[in-house]
Write a protein that binds this ligand. Structure first.
Ligand code: ADP
Ligand code: MG
Length: 241
């Protein structure tokens, strides 16, 4: 199958720090891909290149045959990339509905259409009852849902989730997992950075492991947890058996 997203030889250095080094992998349409690795491995930097916030020094990122790397966040969003941020970014003084309308406006919707589609997306994300609340009143798990709702309102083809489940209780995380599955079932391809392996591995179709800015390995969840280098670099001894 033709990949939806191709990452080819992406390298990005900040000062002397090599955040990403020659990273290559594909994401198939409809896939949920897990991107894992220790802190500082380069996961968020890679998301920044895919969503256009930064330009790679070398390499290409191609979405459905169109090169999107180096073209900036607006062009990447228009091509169909949406993301959430590790540190939640909501417009605190605006209502939940207005926050999501921002996503709809970014694809050129008029006010009435933006409001209607924002209401639909909020219902999908389980936030319909909070539409009129100021965003700052949301609980932490609700704020994560708001980020996803705003991203979905741009009608993306691929959604990048950066540590969406970090800090949530197991019950809240289970709700997040169900939402990710529902997003994929709507036809949106998902790449998710997560640390909680018990949550990630049952959810994802494939895993790419980053370490020190490079791809350490990629494969199925079962292949990844068996791999000695992954256990050494990241998972630790509890997976060694
Ligand atoms: N804008 C930046 N300026 C300077 N260094 C950066 C910047 N973004 C990332 N880095 C560095 O790149 C490396 C990878 O960071 P990051 O992509 O945030 O890792 P991860 O998300 O896997 O924890 C780190 O050493 C980080 O300090
Ligand atoms: Mg990060």
């Amino acid at each position: 199958m033709t990949p939806l997203l191709r990452v080819r030889g992406v390298t990005k250095t900040f000062g002397g720090v090599a955040a990403n080094v020659d990273i290559s992998f594909d994401v198939a349409p409809g896939e949920i891909l897990g991107l894992i690795g220790p802190n500082g491995a380069g996961k968020t930097s890679l998301f920044n290149s895919i969503s256009g916030e930064v330009s790679p020094d070398q390499g290409d990122i191609v979405l459905d045959g169109q090169t999107i790397s180096g073209r900036g966040p607006v062009a990447c969003a228009r091509a169909g990339v949406a993301r959430t941020f590790q540190v939640v970014r909501s417009f605190d003084s605006m209502t939940v509905l207005e926050n999501v309308m921002v996503g709809a406006f970014s694809r050129g919707a008029g006010t009435r259409e933006a409001m209607r589609s924002a209401q639909d997306v909020l219902a999908f994300a389980g936030l319909a009852g909070r539409a009129d609340a100021p965003a700052h009143q949301l609980t932490p798990p609700e704020k994560r849902r708001l980020e996803i709702a705003r991203a979905l309102a741009t009608q993306p083809r691929i959604l990048l989730l950066d540590e969406m489940l970090t800090g949530l209780t197991p019950t809240e995380a289970a709700g997040g997992v169900a939402l990710v599955r529902a997003v994929r079932d709507q036809g949106v391809t998902v790449v998710m950075v997560e640390h909680v392996m018990e949550v990630v591995l049952p959810l994802v179709d494939r895993v790419v492991v980053l370490n020190l800015g490079r791809v350490l390995m990629q494969g199925s969840p079962a292949e990844v947890v068996r791999h000695p280098d992954v256990i050494r670099a990241y998972l630790g001894d509890k997976y060694a058996a």
